[in-house]
Design a protein around this ligand. Structure first.
Ligand code: MSP
Length: 637
């Protein structure tokens, strides 16, 4: 290792292994995309990464689904497992291994662990009766049921009583509470850690780990009693170590000490309680972190085949592209909380963040380099304060992104990147290279500005790679760059070589029209809506683009800001009730839309000559701004 090189970190991340009783849907895709983004990010950071996904193929549910499809369980699981693999291929998922619980390499490990636990007296034979949900493949306690129904599926559980083998899980209750308390980020975000500690306030039962063959054959036989097969959760959880070649495989040695799991809240209990106690009893070190995300809902309902909703949400990747889908799910869901999926919301983000902010920045930068520098990155002159601000902004942004990614906070990471992109767009507007290009005396300044933009493009082409892999590659191609630059090498500023040729390409994200469902209903107006107006009445409004030159609080007012705006050649003062939503410094330089012919009014002693337009819903207020640049005074119609 070269002196001063930080040690390479190791990172092992797993997704849940998905049941093959249904084909992949949005929920599965989300977990897998999250894991893929994380693994791409860690590879870009220089870590040694192992990314595992796969399918969970035993148990009642699968046997029933195969019977229903008129197929053998093996034929059925082969077919559905392949659809998961194909879907991940189509989404560009970069997993290192795909494990199936029907593979001999897995079954062998399950039997070896069972034998070890049985020999150690951790497993005993007994009888248990209780409410059982086939959808979840588990017994519930009466307390966990909601109105006597399964909290996940809303179905009535079946009362089952049968002899079975039990794992002495109850032994480990105190130890587990101690471990969770001593390692605050063992389960994260915190809400799920608290949920698990809550579960552990009640006495922990022993875990039934077998099913009699008289009832179910589709499972891994217990090594010590051929009349039973292994309970599907006991089987499935072990995939995380079987895929690495437990106990002696070199991958197990390298990666297991760094294991992190990713799941949604629906399978918190097996991962936070069964799995650590199983590991502890088997003498295998625990995983490091359990990262738990929330649930996607569709039109307010749960997305799951077993509750009867066929989900077509994944289809949108074909319509809008996989980067747009990926960006949307990462940006929209705060990690750990639930979020709602809609095509309209996706289109909105696509147009605003991708087509407008990112796409425009890339295309205008390449277009300006082409028009004003014959397609070649010029040599930068001395950097001015505007350039230093961009450079400092990058350092700050990278710090935020790194910290957010440590905690799977994708939304926070993306917000930080997009703030920097917004600053870049403002930099272009403020420096106005098109104006500099008209003045030969400004050639040096023009070169510095164009260089700065090319350098920003270089950074985005690598930094965006984990989040928008296709678009990042397209950005790099425009700069003639192949692979992404490692994160530690993104700085210092100034790495793009003067003389680099840029290549114009198609827009990264063409704007799309709102999906049909979002279009307003044609004629009928509800009674509560204001009456129709004619186009002539609308034309009486003089709506204009205005540039905010200055913004300041109105003394003694919490709500009002005094704005000085430029409207064509004229400068005006207006008062706007937006002080609780925008800081004055955030408004300077922005282009807004104003009603220019509203009769003047005096508010808190300040004369207002027009009105700024904004939309609001609840506590959120948003100013109407432009999605591409127009000069102040331009008419809005
Ligand atoms: N086979 C078990 C997991 C065994 S892991 C050792 C299983 N499979 S599943 O097919 O039901 O997948 C559940 C997982 O799929 C969730 O934990 C989550 O990762 C993902 N999702 C399924 N529906 C989801 C949503 N509606 N929203 C977000 N993710 C969801 O449980």
């Amino acid at each position: 290792m070269a002196p001063g090189t930080p040690p390479r970190r190791v990172f092992y991340l797993t997704t849940p292994i998905y049941y093959v009783n249904a084909t992949p849907h949005l929920g599965h895709a989300y977990s897998t995309i999250v894991a893929d983004t994380m693994c791409r990010y860690r590879r870009l950071a220089g870590d040694e990464v192992f990314f595992l996904t796969g399918t969970d193929e035993h148990g009642d549910k699968i046997a029933q689904a195969a019977a229903k499809a008129g197929e053998t369980p093996q034929g059925y699981t082969d077919r559905i497992s392949a659809t998961f693999r194909a879907q991940w291929g189509a989404l560009g998922i970069t997993y290192d291994d795909f494990i199936r619980t029907t593979e001999p390499r897995h079954a062998g490990v399950v039997q070896a662990v069972l034998k070890r636990l049985h020999d150690a007296g951790e497993i005993y034979f007994g009888e248990y009766g209780g409410p059982y949900c086939y959808g979840c493949e588990r017994f519930y306690t009466e307390k966990e049921l909601v109105d006597g129904r399964c909290p996940q599926h809303g179905t009535e559980p079946t009362f089952l009583k049968e002899p079975n083998y039990f794992f002495r899980m109850s032994r480990y209750q105190e130890w587990l509470v101690g471990h969770i308390e001593a390692n605050p980020d063992f389960i994260r975000p915190e809400r799920y850690r608290n949920e698990v500690l809550g579960m552990l306030r009640d006495p922990l039962q022993d875990l039934s780990i077998s099913r009699p063959k008289t009832r179910l054959q589709w499972g891994i036989p217990l090594p010590f009693d051929q009349n039973f097969v292994t309970y599907v959760w006991f089987d499935a959880l072990l995939n995380y170590v079987s895929a690495l070649g437990w106990p002696d495989g070199p991958r197990f040695q390298t990666f297991w000490p760094y294991a992190q799991h990713l799941i949604a809240k629906d399978i918190l209990k097996p991962h936070a309680i069964y799995w650590p106690t199983m590991l502890k009893a088997a003498g295998i070190p625990l995983y490091r972190h359990l990262n738990v995300h929330g649930y996607w809902t569709l039109a307010g309902g749960k997305i799951s085949k077993s509750v009867g909703k066929v989900v077509e949400a994944l289809k949108v990747t074909e319509t809008y592209g996989r980067d747009a889908f990926r960006y949307f799910v990462l940006r929209e869901m705060p990690f750990g909380l639930d979020a709602s999926f809609s095509e309209e919301a996706l289109v909105e983000r696509l147009n605003a963040d991708l087509a407008n902010d990112l796409g425009n920045f890339v295309s205008r930068t390449v277009a300006m380099l082409t028009s004003f520098a014959r397609g070649v990155v010029p040599e930068a002159g001395p950097l001015g304060p505007a350039e230093t601000a961009i450079e400092d902004g990058l350092t700050r942004m990278l710090r935020t992104v790194h910290a957010a990614m440590e905690e799977f906070a994708f939304q926070r990471a993306l917000v930080a990147v997009w703030e920097w992109i917004a600053a870049l767009n403002r930099y272009v507007d403020a420096q106005a290279p098109w104006a500099l290009a008209k003045d030969p005396a400004q050639a040096g300044r023009l070169a510095t500005v164009l260089y700065t933009l090319a350098e920003a493009l270089r950074v985005l082409g690598s930094l965006l790679d984990p989040f928008l892999p296709d678009s990042a590659a397209a950005i790099r191609r425009q700069l003639g760059l192949g692979g992404a630059t490692r994160l530690p090498d993104l700085e210092p500023w100034g790495r793009v070589a003067a003389g680099t040729r840029v290549e114009k390409a198609a827009a990264l994200f063409p704007r799309v029209e709102a999906p049909r469902a979002a279009a307003p209903a044609p004629r009928a107006r509800s009674e509560a809506a204001p009456p129709w107006i004619t186009i002539e009445e609308f034309r009486r409004l003089d709506l204009r683009v205005a540039e905010v030159l200055e913004a300041e609080p109105v003394p003694k007012s919490k709500k009002l800001l005094k704005l000085t705006v430029k409207l064509g050649d004229e400068t005006r003062t207006l008062v706007a009730g937006i002080a609780e939503h925008y800081r004055p410094e955030a408004l300077r330089g922005r282009k807004v839309v104003v009603v220019a012919n509203l009769e003047p009014a005096t508010l808190m002693g300040v004369e207002s000559n027009g009105m700024v337009l904004a939309g609001s819903e609840g506590d959120t207020l948003a100013l109407l701004t432009l999605d591409r640049d127009l000069p102040p005074g331009a008419k809005v119609r």
